[in-house]
Ligand binder design. Structure first.
Ligand SMILES: Cc1cc2nc3c(=O)[nH]c(=O)nc-3n(C[C@H](O)[C@H](O)[C@H](O)COP(=O)(O)OP(=O)(O)OC[C@H]3O[C@@H](n4cnc5c(N)ncnc54)[C@H](O)[C@@H]3O)c2cc1C
Length: 600
C-alpha cells in the first residue's frame, strides 16, 4: 500500500491533528517513530505522527546504512542481539523491503597468523547460521593472494589472509520515507515541520501534546489516549536518559579504492567500515561522546583526520583530504547509565526492559539494545537500539502503549482488558487490539518489485532510459517506479539528470515533493536524494535546479525560493566551517550559527 505524502496530505493531516482525538501520537519521524506509527496503524489504531524537521533528519539519515547483525556484538557474546538483528535482516531482504535492502560483500582482512582465522571463521560461521539463513551468501575463507585479488587497493603487508562475508545495506533516509508513506497509507495523520512543545495532561495522565506547525506558525493541541516519544538523541527526562554518541563518515569516489567488496577492520576501540555506496565509498565511523546540542552534530577536522589515518593504514595509495566528496555526522541515541536511568520508568508500569544500561565513560561500551519506559500514565519513551531492529523497537514501544490504553484510561480502550497470547491489549467493544503484524506488512514499493526487476531491460527500452538508470530507480522506488515513469512520460524534460547532481533525474525531485513529503530544499538534496554527501560542492550547483523544480510543486514564490536557496547555502557553509575546526567545541560553535528551524 502506498500513499502520496503530498502538500495536500500534510495540510489534511494537520487539520486532523487539530480536530481529531487519536489513540496514539508519535513524536519523532526517524526510523523508530515512523516504524512505530506503522506498527500502531496496522493494529487498527488511530495514529498521528509529528516530526520537527524532516523524516530521518536525525540519526536515521546519518548511519552507516548497514542492516547488520553486528559482528562486534558477537564478540561481546551478545548472542540475543545478534540473532534478533539477523532475523530482521532476513525479513527486510526477503519480504518487507527487498527493493531497498540488498546484500553487500565485505572483506575481513586477517592480520595475525595462526589464531585469528579460526577465531574469526568460527564467529562468521555462527553469524551465517544464527538467523535468517540463506538471506545472503555464506562467508568464505581467502588466502592473502585471494584477498588481494578481491581488494588490490590493500597493502600486501597489511594482511596475512582474509575472510569474505555478507551483510546488507540500504539508503537509511529513503527507507524512512518509505516507512512514512506506508504508515500514511494505513491512515496515519503525519506532518514534518511540526514540533512537540509539551505534554497535555488530564487527571494525572498524559492526554496529548502541545505542538506548533512551523510552516504556518499555528499552535496545535493534539489529543491522544497515549503519547510515544521516539525522539532519538533528543530524549531526556526522568524515564530514560540518552547519552548521544557522535559518529562521522567521509565519502570518497569509488575509483579511489580498487576493491570489489567493502572492508571491515578493527580499530583500537571499535571497527572501521569501508562500504560501497553507488559511485562512492562511505568510510566510517567514529564513536565519541557529544555533549552539545543534539540538533547540531558536527564533524571536526580531527574526526576526518582520524578516519583518513585509519583507512590509509591499509591502503597502497593513501587518500588525502582532497579525495573527500562528502562528510556526515550523526548521534547514536545510546541508553545512558546513571542515577535516572532505570529508576523512574524503565521497566515500570509493566513495560519491557529490552536492554540494560552500562556504566562507563566510553560510549563504544554502551549497549546498542533498546529500552522502553513509561514514566507516567499515558506516555511511553524509547531509547537506544539500532536501525536494523527498528521493527522490534517499534513493536515493543506500541506494545507498551497498548497495555496502557488497555488499562482502561484511553479513549478507545477501557471497555475491555488485556488479551491473551497474540494480543497486546484490550479494545473493549471493538475487540482486543491485535499484536504487531509489521512482519507481514511490506513497505511502499515492495509489492511487485521482483517481477519489475526481472523485466528491467524491457522497462528501460520502453522508457527510453539506460538499464542502469532503471536499476538505480528500482532500488530506490521499487514498484512505485511506475509513478515516476508516468511522470516522465507526461513531462519528458524530467527525464534529464539535474546538473551537478550525479545521476538524479528531475522527476525524482518533483516526486519527492508530490509523494515523499519533502517540503524544504534540504529535504530533497540531503535525504530524498543524497546529493549533499555525494557531490564535491555539497550540492551547491544542483541546488538552484532542484529549487526551480520544487517551487511550483510547493507553491513557492520567488522570495521563498531564494530563501530556501540561501538557507541551504548557509547549512553547507556551516558544515564546511565545522570541518575545518580542530575539535568538537570549535565544530559545534561553527555550526551553531545555523540552526534547524524551531528546534530549541
Ligand atoms: C554514525 C552512526 C552510524 C550508525 N550505523 C548504523 C548501522 O549501520 N546500522 C544500524 O542498524 N544502526 C546504525 N546506527 C544507529 C541508527 O542510525 C539509530 O539507532 C537510528 O537511526 C535511531 O533512529 P530514531 O528514530 O530512534 O532516532 P532519530 O533518527 O534521531 O529520530 C528522532 C527524531 O525525533 C525528532 N524530534 C526530536 N525532538 C522533537 C520534537 N520536540 N518534536 C518533534 N520531533 C522531534 C528529530 O527531529 C528526529 O528526526 C548508526 C548511528 C550513527 C549515529
Amino acid at each position: 500500500m502506498t500513499a502520496a505524502l503530498s502538500p495536500e496530505h500534510r495540510a489534511a493531516s494537520v487539520a486532523r491533528m487539530a480536530g481529531e482525538r487519536f489513540d496514539i501520537v508519535v513524536v519523532g519521524g526517524g526510523v523508530t517513530g515512523t516504524g512505530a506509527a506503522l506498527d500502531a496503524a496496522t493494529r487498527g489504531l488511530r495514529v498521528a505522527l509529528v516530526e520537527v524537521t524532516d523524516y530521518a533528519a536525525g540519526a536515521s539519515s546519518k548511519s552507516s546504512k548497514l542492516i547488520h547483525g553486528g559482528l562486534r556484538y558477537l564478540e561481546m557474546l551478545d548472542f540475543g542481539l545478534v540473532r534478533e538483528a539477523l532475523t530482521e535482516r532476513a525479513l527486510l531482504l526477503t519480504r518487507l523491503a527487498p527493493h531497498l535492502v540488498r546484500p553487500v560483500p565485505f572483506l575481513w582482512p586477517l592480520t595475525h597468523r595462526v589464531w585469528e582465522r579460526p577465531y574469526v571463521g568460527a564467529g562468521l560461521l555462527l553469524y551465517d547460521t544464527m538467523g535468517g539463513r540463506r538471506a545472503v551468501p555464506r562467508a568464505r575463507h581467502l588466502s592473502r593472494t585471494g584477498a588481494l585479488r578481491l581488494a588490490p587497493a590493500l597493502r600486501p603487508d597489511a594482511l596475512v589472509g582474509g575472510v569474505q562475508f555478507y551483510d546488507a545495506q540500504e539508503d537509511d533516509a529513503r527507507m524512512v520515507a518509505c516507512l512514512a508513506r506506508t504508515a500514511a497509507a494505513h491512515g496515519t495523520a503525519m506532518a514534518t515541520n511540526v514540533r512537540m512543545d509539551g505534554l497535555l495532561t488530564r487527571s494525572g495522565r498524559v492526554s496529548g501534546i502541545r505542538a506548533s506547525d512551523l510552516l504556518t506558525g499555528t499552535d496545535l493541541e493534539i489529543g491522544a489516549g497515549h503519547v510515544v516519544l521516539a525522539t532519538g538523541a533528543w530524549t531526556g527526562g526522568p524515564g530514560i536518559r540518552v547519552r548521544p554518541s557522535k559518529g562521522v563518515h567521509i565519502v570518497v569516489p569509488r575509483d579511489r579504492i580498487a576493491m570489489e567488496a567493502g572492508l571491515l577492520t578493527r580499530t583500537e576501540k571499535s571497527v572501521l567500515f569501508v562500504i560501497p555506496w553507488g559511485e562512492h565509498w562511505l568510510i566510517g565511523d567514529t564513536d565519541t561522546e557529544w555533549p552539545y546540542d543534539p540538533a547540531l552534530p558536527a564533524a571536526s577536522r580531527s574526526d576526518i583526520d582520524y578516519l583518513l589515518a585509519k583507512v590509509n593504514h591499509m591502503l597502497r595509495e593513501p587518500l588525502t583530504a582532497d579525495d573527500i566528496e562528502g562528510v556526515f555526522a550523526g548521534l547514536r541515541p545510546l541508553v545512558a547509565a546513571g542515577p535516572d536511568a532505570g529508576q523512574h520508568g524503565v521497566g515500570q508500569h509493566g513495560v519491557s526492559q529490552h536492554g540494560a544500561s552500562q556504566h562507563g565513560a566510553d560510549t563504544t561500551k554502551l549497549s546498542r539494545e533498546h529500552s522502553v519506559g513509561s514514566p507516567v500514565p499515558g506516555l511511553s519513551v524509547i531509547a537506544g537500539g539500532k536501525y536494523t531492529t527498528y521493527r522490534v523497537m517499534a513493536r515493543d514501544l506500541i506494545d507498551a502503549a497498548v497495555r496502557d490504553l488497555a488499562a482502561g484510561r484511553g479513549p478507545t480502550a477501557g471497555r475491555g482488558h488485556a488479551g491473551g497470547r497474540g494480543h497486546a491489549g484490550g479494545r473493549g467493544q471493538g475487540g482486543a487490539i491485535p499484536a504487531s503484524r509489521t512482519d507481514r506488512v511490506p513497505l511502499a514499493g515492495a509489492d511487485g518489485f521482483a517481477a519489475l526487476w526481472a523485466s528491467r531491460e524491457q522497462i528501460a527500452d520502453s522508457a527510453g532510459l539506460p538499464t542502469t538508470q532503471i536499476e538505480r530507480l528500482l532500488g530506490r522506488y521499487g514498484s512505485d517506479v511506475s509513478d515516476l515513469l508516468e511522470l516522465i512520460a507526461s513531462r519528458p524534460a524530467l527525464r534529464e539528470p539535474i546538473p551537478g547532481s550525479g545521476p538524479y533525474l528531475g522527476a525524482e525531485i518533483v516526486y519527492a515533493c508530490t509523494h515523499e513529503g519533502a517540503v524544504r530544499l534540504d529535504d530533497v538534496l540531503s535525504r530524498r536524494t543524497r546529493i549533499t554527501i555525494e557531490t564535491r560542492d555539497r550540492g551547491a550547483a544542483a541546488a538552484p535546479h532542484a529549487a526551480a523544480l520544487m517551487a511550483p510543486e510547493l507553491g513557492w514564490d520567488a522570495a521563498r525560493t531564494a530563501a530556501e536557496l540561501g538557507r541551504y547555502r548557509e547549512l553547507i557553509a556551516a558544515d564546511l566551517a565545522a570541518e575545518a575546526m580542530p575539535d568538537d567545541l570549535g565544530a559545534y560553535q561553527a555550526k551553531a550559527g545555523v540552526k534547524q528551524p524551531g528546534l530549541a
